[in-house]
Design a protein. Structure first.
Ligand code: NAD
Length: 262
């Protein structure tokens, strides 16, 4: 397992779901953590304190809103000021909205592009100078099976995720000689609040029951007929932070129960 003692990881959207699993995995390997995301202050504090007590590392919360470029830069600066460096950046914050394109709310399109794609640009832009100076870095973007294939009614999400796959490759090429890698991880369906919340709209858009959405839409996409777990995604991210992964860069790593093999 990667030893991340003395390193700092910033994980966007880590008050919940996959992001929280990343934060806990990096902490288990010794990294100090900047968690980020929305939620009730008491819930966020509980998760932050649990990271510190479970893994004997330091953890702080940045309330940066991923739609606000200046706040994203402040989040990176907070990590550097608090711990002396930001060595690992995981761009993970994301939202979903499901609707036929002709009814797709314009403000939902703008929010998804901002949170799921542009925030990664702003975070990477702010973190790369410090990584270059120190000669080491790991940038991991949570993409999706939807960075490789599409599904109907997810125009903004599929566009943002295809975009993040392109951003990943571009950044990897730019930083390749600085011992900085940049990869994206593309999960299939992981049972998190993001998936749970899209079920009512998918029921409406497709005229299905909840059970039909789970079995005939979500798990239908995955040949294994099982959800991916947040912990499995986090274990892959942790591997990417180790020395064994130093030559893995610019890739789009699927963890999708075989979805994109079809
Ligand atoms: P989640 O809803 O559990 O977590 C999303 C996180 O993003 C939360 O911490 C939330 O507070 C944060 N967030 C949302 N808007 C924000 C904003 N404006 N500023 C800061 N933080 C914000 O969802 P999840 O399923 O864990 O998703 C995490 C990532 O994984 C997303 O990028 C998502 O697209 C991707 N993904 C999820 C699945 C899945 O099946 N769950 C599959 C593939 C990819």
């Amino acid at each position: 397992m990667a030893n991340l003692t003395g390193k700092t990881a910033v994980v966007t959207g880590s008050t919940s779901g996959i992001g929280l699993a990343y934060a806990r995995a990096f902490a288990s390997a010794g990294a100090n953590i900047v968690i980020n995301g929305m939620g009730a202050p008491a819930d966020i504090e509980k998760e932050r304190a649990a990271i510190e007590s479970d893994f004997k590392v330091k953890a702080i919360h940045s309330p940066a809103d991923m739609t606000k470029p200046a706040e994203i830069a402040e989040m990176i600066a907070l990590g550097e000021k608090t711990y002396g460096s930001v060595d690992i950046l995981v761009n993970n914050a994301g939202i979903q909205f499901v609707s036929p394109i002709e009814e797709f709310p314009i403000e939902k399109w703008d929010a998804i592009i901002a949170i799921n794609l542009s925030s990664a640009f702003h975070g990477i832009r702010a973190a790369v100078p410090g990584m270059k100076k120190r000669g080491w870095g790991r940038i991991i973007n949570t993409a999706s099976a939807h960075s490789l294939v599409a599904s109907p009614f997810k125009s903004a999400y599929v566009s943002a995720k295809h975009g993040i796959a392109g951003l990943t490759k571009t950044v990897a090429l730019e930083v390749a000689t600085h011992k900085i890698t940049c990869n994206c991880i593309s999960p299939g369906y992981v049972w998190t609040p993001l998936v749970e919340k899209q079920i009512p709209d998918t029921m409406k858009a497709r005229g299905l029951t909840k059970e039909q959405v789970i079995n005939d839409v979500l798990l239908e996409a995955q040949p294994t007929k099982e959800f991916v777990t947040s912990e499995q995604v986090a274990a892959l991210a942790l591997f990417l932070c180790g020395d064994d992964a130093a030559q893995i860069t610019g890739t789009n790593l699927s963890i999708d129960g075989g979805w994109t093999a079809e």
